[in-house]
Ligand binder design. Structure first.
Ligand SMILES: NC(=O)c1ccc[n+]([C@@H]2O[C@H](COP(=O)([O-])OP(=O)(O)OC[C@H]3O[C@@H](n4cnc5c(N)ncnc54)[C@H](O)[C@@H]3O)[C@@H](O)[C@H]2O)c1
Length: 337
């Protein structure tokens, strides 16, 4: 953490779980538009400070994501720093619920790396209902993968001229729950799709769908569309300089290793749709269905409107010579008042 940097968020609560002993950081970046929302990440970090730093960074991205999606919410994030020796899961979930309950509704959570819909059911019960994406059988909106994939496809439409992907060559990195659905949607629309994943056991599933499996680094392949759907930090100065895609759009959070990478992409004529825009489908669906009184059709319409947001970001960037990340930030700032 840079010690001279000013604190840009509203609040950072760090507690040591009474039962688990785990350091739990809840960052609230902004409640300017409404309660802060953001997932609950449970993973190992080198130290609790690294976990808190990640919570702060991720909560700022959630503020932008919610504002650009037109949601009446701000950005937050929970990070529970798993000890190497492990922990009793039940103790940890109760401690997380307690940390969230202590914030009095200023922050609501959802699933993220290391947490599940079932965990959200427990947190929902223990923390006054302040958790999204419980299983549908338990009254929640369930997994957000399909909605996230729908949003990626909507964002993608804004980046391809004249709007059709038929005949285009697309590469999907990460054949997980969202990547697989994006792959299916692209194949259905007539694209030629090549897929990679560190889990080679997924190869037969991808091939059955009609995709081509590769172990090559897809960032360096000549592609019309690159879909990052694995982990963050894929786009570094080096990989952006070697990138062979015309358009990059995908659900993976924090795709840029550093903001300067957006300049490399712009200068090379590569269109990058910021992940805060492209990955918003899941959160739109969750709060739309669970809190904003939307039926499935209304939630889907709002997810499809991600195409308009992506279009607005791309036009602003083009018209003003900005990177797309800068254009998105300016649009979000206008929405935060
Ligand atoms: N699920 C959602 O609703 C949602 C919402 C917003 C953002 N996201 C983000 O989208 C991304 C994908 O989410 P998901 O739910 O599909 O996750 P997932 O865990 O189901 O799938 C990720 C896949 O990526 C693969 N993978 C990991 N590292 C890789 C690498 N270096 N190269 C190739 N493949 C690799 C994994 O084996 C896995 O199959 C994540 O970054 C997630 O944070 C997901």
């Amino acid at each position: 953490m840079n010690r001279t940097e000013s604190f840009a968020g509203e609040a950072l609560q760090i507690v040591r779980g009474a039962r688990s002993g785990v350091a739990i950081a809840v960052a609230i970046h902004s409640t300017a538009r409404g309660p802060a929302i953001g997932g609950c990440r449970i993973k190992e970090y080198p130290s609790w400070r690294d976990g808190a730093d990640d919570a702060l960074r991720l909560s700022a991205a959630m503020t932008m994501k919610c504002a650009l999606a037109g949601l009446p919410y701000g950005g937050g994030k929970t990070v529970a720093v798993l000890p190497a020796e492990g922990v009793r899961r039940r103790d940890l979930i109760v401690d997380i619920a307690e940390a969230i309950a202590a914030l009095g509704g200023r922050y609501r959570t959802g699933p993220d790396i290391g947490s599940t819909s079932e965990d959200m059911a427990d947190i929902h019960r223990l923390a006054h209902g302040w958790a999204f994406c419980r299983p549908e059988a338990q009254g929640g909106s369930g997994t957000s993968s399909a909605a996230t994939a729908r949003g990626v496809v909507a964002a993608l439409q804004a980046g391809v001229a004249p709007g059709s992907v038929a005949g285009l060559r697309a590469g999907v990195i990460g054949f997980g729950s969202v990547g697989r659905l994006v792959c299916e949607a692209l194949l259905e629309r007539g694209a030629d799709v090549v897929v990679t994943d560190v889990d080679s056991g997924l190869r037969p599933v991808a091939e059955r769908l009609g995709a081509t499996w590769t172990t090559k680094d897809l960032v360096r392949e000549r592609l019309d569309i690159l879909v990052p759907a694995a982990t963050g930090g894929l786009l570094t100065a080096e990989s952006a300089a070697a990138c062979g895609a015309s358009l990059i759009v995908g659900p993976a959070n924090n795709q840029l290793a550093a903001e300067e990478v957006a300049t490399v992409l712009r200068d090379r004529g590569i269109t990058w749709i910021p992940d805060v825009v492209a990955s918003a489908g899941g959160i739109i669906h969750a709060v739309g269905r669970e809190e904003l009184g939307m039926d499935e059709a209304a939630a889907n319409a709002k997810i499809d409107a991600i195409a308009d947001t992506a279009g607005a970001v791309l036009s602003r960037a083009r018209d003003r010579g900005l990177t797309t990340v800068r254009a998105a930030r300016e649009l979000a700032a206008g929405l935060l008042g």
